[in-house]
Design a protein around this ligand. Structure first.
Ligand SMILES: Nc1ncnc2c1ncn2[C@@H]1O[C@H](COP(=O)(O)OP(=O)(O)OP(=O)(O)O)[C@@H](O)[C@H]1O
Ligand SMILES: [Mg+2]
Length: 150
């Protein structure tokens, strides 16, 4: 699902993400951009739902950089880089086996010092009230893409 979508509610954003999750392959990386409160974590809850995980367990990682959720179709690694100045996905202690088998969803990917080949980019823009513009691009080469660092 590459394209631009309009969401009118948190539930719609979640449903959109759940639909996207259904097509994800092991090793998929989603870079989720948007201002504070745009709905990035809401989007990750939708991903969890779509992977058969309990969305209620997905919280904003506060002092934990990475949250791992297992038990769904694919494991989900939820990464929030907000508190870091710069970061490198290969150096923040992701469980590499889990990362290869699962889906990595990154909030605040602007902190990354290098790109992630094959990543899916999601940007969420506040369009006033509960309206959001969600753009999805760069789908996706799964694990192959992620391991081929430039
Ligand atoms: N269409 C929408 N899609 C997503 N969230 C929405 C929408 N409309 C309203 N909201 C509200 O916006 C807030 C989004 O919060 P969320 O924690 O997901 O943002 P975030 O982008 O993760 O912020 P942060 O940068 O602080 O991590 C929630 O309170 C949610 O209910
Ligand atoms: Mg968040």
């Amino acid at each position: 699902m590459t394209g631009t979508f309009r969401s009118g509610s948190e539930a719609q954003t979640r449903a959109m993400a759940a639909g996207l999750a259904a097509g994800l392959q092991p090793g998929a990386v989603l870079l989720i951009s948007g201002d504070l409160g745009a709905g990035k974590t809401a989007f990750v809850r939708g991903l969890a739902e779509g992977l058969g995980l309990d969305p209620a367990e997905v919280t904003s990682p506060t002092f934990t950089l990475v949250h791992e959720y297992r038990g769904g179709r694919l494991p989900l690694l939820h990464v929030d880089l907000y508190r870091l100045e710069t970061a490198d996905l290969d150096e923040i202690g992701l469980d590499t086996d889990l990362a290869a088998e699962g889906v990595i969803a990154v909030e605040w990917p602007e902190r990354l010092t290098r790109g992630v080949p094959g990543a899916i980019r999601v940007t969420i823009e506040d369009a006033g009230g509960d309206a959001r513009i969600v753009r999805v691009s760069g789908e996706h080469e799964g694990h192959e893409g992620r391991t081929k660092h430039a």
